[in-house]
Design a protein around this ligand. Sequence first.
Ligand code: NZQ
Ligand code: ZN
Length: 388
Amino acid sequence: MNNFDLNIPTKIFFGKGQVAKIANEIKQYGHRILLVYGGGSIKKNGIYDQVTKVLKEGNFFVVELHNVKPNPSIESLYEGVKLCREHHLDFILGLGGGSVIDLSKGIAAGFYYEGDPWDFYIYRARVTKALPLGGILTLAATGSEMNGNSVVSNEKLGLKMPMGSELLKPKFSVLDPTFTYSVNAYQTAAGTADIMSHCFEQYFSAVKDTYVQDRLTEAILKTCVQYGPVAVREPANYTARAELMWSSSLALNGILTYGKQGDWATHYIEHKLSALYDMTHGVGLAMITPHWMRTVLNPDTLYKFVNLARNIWGLEDKDEMVLANKGIQATAGFFKGMGIPMTLKEAGIQLNEEEIEKMADSILSFGPVGVIKVLSREEIIQILLSVK
Ligand code: NZQ
Ligand code: ZN
């Protein structure tokens, strides 16, 4: 196990009715809020009314930034920074899924930065100061509610890039499972796949002797396997929504990765897809994951795949390589069983080989991809051809 410094400062208010607590929390940081939200789901399901009622009763000054798109754009980030500066805002409240909370972080960092905030996403600048922010989560998936990561798209450049800073960890997040009842079956399945992918990215680590982290990761994977399909079938099942929501946060708040190093190749490849096409993040991950797994399965990594097959899928075989492949097959079957399209074509995206080659070059343009196995250009192309 590697050395680590643990820092998970986000307060979590978990459960029904917890949104009432945000007023006291926000008051510790400011009174002038940028409320960030998406394309309107919160207005249909009543969450907007609940949140604005609390803010009104707390006498906060509120400016809204809405219509934040999935895979949020750098233009929305610029707009958020402008609003914060114009209205002298001192707190950002992200009300939505990962896209909204990620964008809130980008705005928080951009507020104090003189240059173009896109610099943070292309490794040209580091965050040194940020506005405080909080999250109210409406979709269990990314873990953004409890980490310092932000992923933003730049359509003009055809890039979708991540950045991270300890300064961008939300001061608090509200996790009310009932806020996810209105998430449709497709997004629920995609969110479950995203949580599982975060587990896989950290499970398949080059650092060995991480028994406790691996068992914690398996617990979250098993929770997704148990409750993902239930939430897809029964959207208002509180237990299933609660288990997924807490799994979302636990999978990417650092607890699984402290002491080891994650791989993240699947995410780098998927981010390219959702930068260029209208692709739901978790769907892209579900497609890529089994092919990535087959690419990195070798005698060195075999033991991890054997654990996956045994401990998650309850499989056995006297030939460990056969067992590992059965585990990968079961992973793909699980995603498919939740209704996720497992090829780009099924998801309505047509790609030719030339486009795939360009994508591979772009994926590699910021450096090597993969840790448990560094992927070659040819391997990335092969993975993309397999999901074509
Ligand atoms: O815009 P609205 O109308 O709110 O609709 C959203 C959106 O269409 C809808 N939705 C959200 N909550 C809902 C709801 N619909 C009904 N009821 C509700 N309660 O769901 C759609 C997708 O929302 P989005 O926020 O895009 O989904 P998700 O939470 O999966 O976030 C995906 C983004 O997060 C990034 C992804 O790359 C992607 O851009 N990620 C962020 C990470 C992080 N910060 O650590 C890590 C992840 O790996 C990921 O890269
Ligand atoms: Zn993800």
